[in-house]
Design a protein around this ligand. Structure first.
Ligand code: FAD
Ligand code: NAD
Length: 469
């Protein structure tokens, strides 16, 4: 067993861990980075990037199939999806992104990087497999998260898959049952469906794409279910049939049926990797999910020299949040005991479905928690439907609905939820306005070009402005 001493040890070399390592090293050279699996990050390897590559291929087919209303006619039979080529591009481009990340990691001194699974022995000791023990002054937990699968699916063997498996396919399958209509399930399910794979999406509790505003949710369900069967209140039983396929027996809102699929894709959520790192050996304060509670401005846990960042913290499991949290945790671990509050930006979320789903600032459900029955008196809600929005109709992407929330008294933008065409851009305008504390009248003083989708945002803002006190 090798014994080392460190100022800072970072557990996990994902986006958060890399940021933590880089920033801790600005304060001390004596930092170690531990990785149990491979370099390259979840985002680049099996997350953000390959999912968007798959979606890009799906959009190409979708556009080719929907040119008729413009008077442009393609022979639909000639539109062929070559699954091998689709997956080759997804993997080749993905590998390019992963390559950049890996070369960043490999620029760091090899003796500072240790491969193996890290666990706490006590508050200052990290054990790595059975080969190394490090006594560390300060520790950053950046171990990420992993997909959840349910025990009742264990009998499905290799027909039960998660997002990681999708991105190693040689070609596209014929059919997939997607469980979980959240962010991952909707993005992957719709993309596969648009590529010609037979997809059905199963959910519980009526949720879709993380939407919390009931007005947006209802319209989004109508829009997406016109394209992919959504069974959002389902009771299901899944088993392997004699052909080795997955047979889903389902009931949903009084209907029932059987869906036979090549795979069951589990997208029912992700679990922070903190249940397997020896937290039982340290006296750290955890939430009801067993995740160490941390101050979101310093990323410091209840044990002052232990910090946490990224998906492991379960605060906002998104890439830019993992980078920000990693930077804050690394910097504070590096200069501990002098720690500072780091920059936390306005919340922004984009689901890369089509239409895209967005949320900014305080979501509708959080406003309900804050104001309860008084919500109507306190919050001005402005809205726009994209059905008749000029540019959206021009482009034939006129589906969606946006609601913006403003403080009735001050006019300040509180948040927004919606779905609609290319709303990733509108989400950024809203998030930037939210972060600098703009009021709705101030936002309306900003320029809006014509004809653009952002004019839809202006309609929603004007509606909100008319309801301010
Ligand atoms: C399909 C999918 C699509 C996504 N799309 C988007 C998107 O479009 N936009 C967006 O913002 N976010 C997206 N995300 C979320 C984003 O990928 C994550 O929030 C982000 O990658 C989390 O980074 P992290 O550093 O916390 O975790 P990771 O990158 O997972 O890093 C954690 C690292 O810790 C290692 N590790 C775990 N346990 C140990 C241990 N005990 N010892 C040592 N090492 C350990 C792991 O091997 C891993 O390398 C997506 C996620 C998925 C799954
Ligand atoms: N575009 C993006 O930014 C992006 C893309 C992908 C992932 N992510 C991140 O990854 C996180 C995890 O995504 P996710 O989709 O795994 O989780 P999620 O929490 O968004 O969705 C899980 C869904 O599964 C449903 N569900 C739970 N139990 C179920 C069951 N037994 N059967 C059927 N459905 C069930 C839930 O109701 C929910 O709708 C997201 O919260 C997001 O932060 C972001």
């Amino acid at each position: 067993m090798k014994h080392l001493q460190a100022d800072v040890v970072v557990l996990g070399a994902g986006s958060a861990g890399m940021g933590a390592f880089r920033n801790a090293r600005l304060h001390t050279e004596n930092v170690y980075l531990i990785e149990s699996h491979v370099y390259g990050t979840t985002c680049a390897r099996v997350g953000c990037m390959p999912s968007k590559l798959l979606i890009a291929a799906a959009e190409a087919r979708h556009h080719a199939l929907h040119t008729d209303p413009f008077g442009v006619h393609l022979d639909k039979n000639s539109i062929e999806v070559n699954g091998v080529e689709v997956m080759n591009r997804v993997k080749a481009e993905r590998d390019r992104f992963v390559g950049f990340v890996v070369s960043d990691v490999e620029e760091w001194p090899a003796e500072r990087r240790i491969m193996g699974t890290a666990k706490f022995v006590d508050e200052h000791t990290i054990q790595i497999d059975d080969h190394t023990q490090i006594k560390a002054d300060r520790i950053v937990i950046a171990t990420g998260s992993r997909p959840i699968t349910l025990p009742q699916w264990e009998n499905l063997g290799d027909k039960l898959i998660v997002n990681d498996n999708v991105f190693s396919w040689e070609t596209l399958p014929e059919s997939v049952a997607v469980f979980g209509p959240g962010v991952i399930g909707l993005e992957l399910g719709q993309a596969l469906s648009r590529l010609g794979v037979n997809v059905e999406i199963f959910g519980v509790g009526g949720h879709l794409g993380g939407i919390s505003d009931p007005v947006i949710l209802q319209e989004a369900i109508e829009t997406f279910s016109a394209e992919v069967p959504l069974r959002l209140h389902s009771h299901t039983e899944a088993k392997l049939n004699a052909d080795g396929k997955v047979e889903i027996h389902w009931t949903n809102d009084g209907e029932s049926g059987v869906f036979v699929a090549d795979y069951l894709l589990s997208a029912v959520g992700r679990r922070p990797n903190v249940d397997n790192i020896g937290l039982e050996n340290i006296d750290i304060v955890k939430d009801e999910r067993g995740v160490p509670i941390a101050n979101p401005l310093t990323m410091q846990t209840s044990i002052p020299h232990i910090f946490i960042a990224g998906d492991a913290s379960n605060q906002l499991p998104l890439l830019h949040e993992a980078s920000d949290q990693g930077k804050i945790a690394g910097e504070n671990a590096g200069k501990f005991p002098n720690i500072n509050n780091g920059l936390r930006r306005s919340p922004i979320g984009v689901v890369f479905s089509n239409p895209q789903i967005i949320s900014v600032g305080t979501r509708f459900s959080a406003l309900q928690d804050i104001y309860g029955d008084d919500l109507e008196n306190k919050v001005a809600i402005g809205q726009v439907s994209f059905k008749n929005q000029g540019r959206s109709r021009v482009m034939l992407v006129n589906k969606g609905h946006l609601r913006v929330y403003a403080d009735k008294k001050t006019g300040r933008l509180l948040g927004a939820e919606g779905f609609g065409p290319s709303l990733e851009h509108v989400a950024h305008l809203l998030a930037w306005s939210h972060q600098i504390g703009m009021t709705v009248p101030e936002m309306l003083d900003m320029p809006f070009y014509h004809p653009v989708i952002e004019e839809g945002l202006r309609t929603a803002l004007r509606d909100a402005a008319s309801k301010l006190a």
